[in-house]
Design a protein around this ligand. Structure first.
Ligand code: NZQ
Ligand code: ZN
Length: 387
């Protein structure tokens, strides 16, 4: 295992009625002017926003609402939020939503504290923001695990890039499974696949020999697969959903990454697909993963073989690791079909004339991936994803 330092800045309140029980206590630690940020209105329809506003008003806060944060949040939306935060002297941000709202607020919290352009600061000057407005996250859609990390995936429409910016950690996160009951099943499935992808992307990094992080990772993958199946069968099964919420947070809160350099090549490719098409993140990953993994097979044989046996219950008896690795890709592809995720770009509704070469050329090649892809190979993968 590589050397590491471990500490955790985000306090998690997990369970039904977590907001009612814990939010007022947390709010008491922060200033009076609170920005409540949310997306396109699902939290208005399902009553979550009203429940939270009541708690905020009882706590004597001045509330400014910031709404309309879109899926795949844009840098322009970050700037809009930062302006409002500055103008209203916002002292605390409460993000209410899925990964998009949660990510957007991480960068608003930094941009509101500086006149420097955060994108330029991080990508041209190789700096990091140092000051942040404190924040809390109320998770209403699980999958990304964004509530427990400080990376934010933001689309810069001018530059045609969907990239990570590094912002603040949430001071606390509220994970109430009941708040996710109104998630559309399509989002439950794509979010859960995103969480499974985070596990695999971490597992496929290096070192490649098995270690404690990988063994916890395998348990997370088994848990996501089993509980997604249960949730599809019975959408009201709050216990299965609880497992998915925590597994998704575990997949991206850094614990599985301890002592490892991660892979995330599939994610880099999907993010650029998103920059060009604004597609759903989990769906894009479902199409890309099996195709990309076929190209990684020779280099990834041992790890794929382990996943076949330890996650997908494939019997190793009498099989070579090459055969097991092949079976892993088949199991993964079969699962994607079973849960109704798309298997091609055309099924996702991605226009045929999408500039796949521009997507491949603008994709970051990751250091942790066991195969050193070229841009040409990534273009081949994207072409294989078409139909
Ligand atoms: O906008 P509203 O109306 O709220 O509707 C949302 C949105 O349409 C809806 N929704 C959320 N909670 C709901 C609900 N609908 C009904 N009931 C509820 N309780 O769900 C839709 C999707 O929400 P969104 O936040 O966009 O989805 P997700 O959580 O999958 O986040 C996707 C974003 O996160 C980034 C992705 O790239 C994408 O931009 N990621 C962030 C990561 C991170 N920071 O760690 C890691 C990931 O790899 C990922 O890249
Ligand atoms: Zn993801």
């Amino acid at each position: 295992m590589n050397a590491f330092t471990y500490s955790y800045p985000t306090k998690v309140y997990f369970g039904e009625k977590a907001a009612k029980t814990h939010l007022a206590g947390e709010l008491a630690k922060y200033g009076k002017n609170v920005m409540v940020a949310y997306g396109g209105g699902s939290v208005k329809k399902n009553g979550i926003l009203n429940e939270l506003l009541e708690i905020l008003r009882s706590a004597g806060k001045n509330v400014i609402e910031f709404s309309g944060i879109m899926s795949n949040p844009t840098y322009a939306k970050v700037q809009e939020g930062a302006e409002i935060a500055k103008k209203n002297n916002i002292e605390f941000i409460l993000a209410v939503g899925g990964g998009s709202v949660i990510d957007c607020c991480k960068i608003i919290s930094a941009q509101a504290k500086t006149d420097r352009d955060i994108w330029k600061l991080e990508y041209s000057e190789h700096g990091q923001p140092a000051e942040f407005i404190p924040m809390g996250a109320v998770v209403t859609a699980f999958g990304t695990g964004a509530e427990m990390n400080n990376g934010a995936v933001i689309t810069n429409e001018d530059k045609k890039l969907k990239s990570a910016l590094w912002g603040a950690y949430y001071n606390f996160a509220i994970l109430d499974p009941a708040y996710t009951m109104t998630m559309p099943m399509k989002q439950v499935i794509s979010g859960s696949f995103d969480a499974l992808s985070h596990c695999m992307e971490t597992y496929m990094g290096s070192p490649r020999n098995t270690n404690l992080s990988d063994e916890i990772n395998e348990a997370c993958q088994r848990n996501i697969i089993a509980n997604l199946r249960k949730t599809i069968k019975d959408p009201d099964d709050i216990s299965a959903r609880s497992e998915l919420i925590w597994a998704a947070a575990m997949a991206e809160n850094g614990i599985l990454k301890i002592g490892k350099v991660t892979d995330f090549q599939a994610h880099m490719l999907e993010h650029q697909l998103g920059a060009y098409t604004d597609c759903n993140h989990g769906q894009g990953l479902a199409v890309i993963h099996p195709k990309l993994y076929r190209h990684m097979l020779p280099e990834a044989e041992e790890q794929f073989a382990r996943l076949a046996v330890n996650v997908w219950n494939v019997s190793p008896n009498g099989k070579t690791s090459a055969q097991l690795a092949e079976e892993f890709i088949e199991k993964l592809s079969g699962f994607i079909r079973e849960i109704g995720l798309p298997t091609t770009f055309s099924e996702m509704g991605i226009p045929e004339n999408t500039d796949l070469k521009a997507i491949a050329d603008s994709t970051i090649l990751t250091a942790g991936c066991c195969k050193k892809f070229t841009k040409e190979e990534l273009l081949t993968v994207l072409n294989e994803c078409r139909i």
